[in-house]
Design a protein around this ligand. Sequence first.
Ligand code: ADP
Ligand code: UDP
Length: 242
Amino acid sequence: MEKGEELYSGKAKSVFLTVDPEVLIMEFRDDTSAFDGEKVDQLDRKGMVNNRFNAFIMEHLAGKGVVTHFEKLCSANESQVKRLDMIPVECVVRNIATGSLCRRLGVEDGLDLQPPTFEFFLKNDELHDPMINEYHIASFGWATPDEVEIMKRQTFRVNEILGALFSAGGMILVDFKLEFGRFGDALLLGDEFTPDGCRLWDRDTRKKLDKDRFRQGLGGVVEAYEEVALRLGVDLDSSVSP
Ligand code: ADP
Ligand code: UDP
């Protein structure tokens, strides 16, 4: 489908209208950012790797019954998705304590979390994505109680499905962030699932294979994303027919 006017340009992706009002084209750029846009860089091949990685994950989830916005790849760094009315909330599940959880609660980095824990954050860069709870979501009308339940259930379901997938590739899914949006009466998984929005560690060495490599200046960011893709069998080379 032809790309129309740009609807939105975020920190790592741009979203374009199409002739079909229910369909968008999502472009994964090479831009990468951390700390709410304070640290930015351009990483060669990242857009392409993330686009194909995301397609693989979204198709895997769809195969397991998780309804997503993803429709198809349309080029090396673009995908066709359903246009959602996005809920301005990030859903995070954590299997191991690290990152902001350790800074906030002073718990040991690397601690196993059993059961896995769940957090909501408000999508608002100016406020640095503050942590919120279900009462905030209800009081400010960001989502209905039913939508909150669906987001929690689906995020835990994604944790089970992808935990098993990454485990088969010798990796630990440490934590991840999902976004959901409304499509008619349905609530669909939107945005992306890539190493930009999750933490993945090698099971044996605990080597970081995700955006923490960029956040912490460890180097080899895209190489790590490609290693994850290789371990999962994501095809990064085939041509895409629009
Ligand atoms: P950010 O807004 O955090 O800088 P991105 O650069 O990833 O993020 O921009 C992508 C934007 O597109 C995000 O705001 C995301 O919520 C939004 N988005 C993702 N999927 C859809 C969709 N299917 N329909 C409409 N908007 C979407
Ligand atoms: N995350 C994300 N976007 C955000 C905030 C977090 O994708 O705006 C992801 C992040 O990559 C990690 C998980 O959510 O996999 C939990 O992040 P955390 O709260 O630990 O934040 P950070 O340490 O990155 O500040």
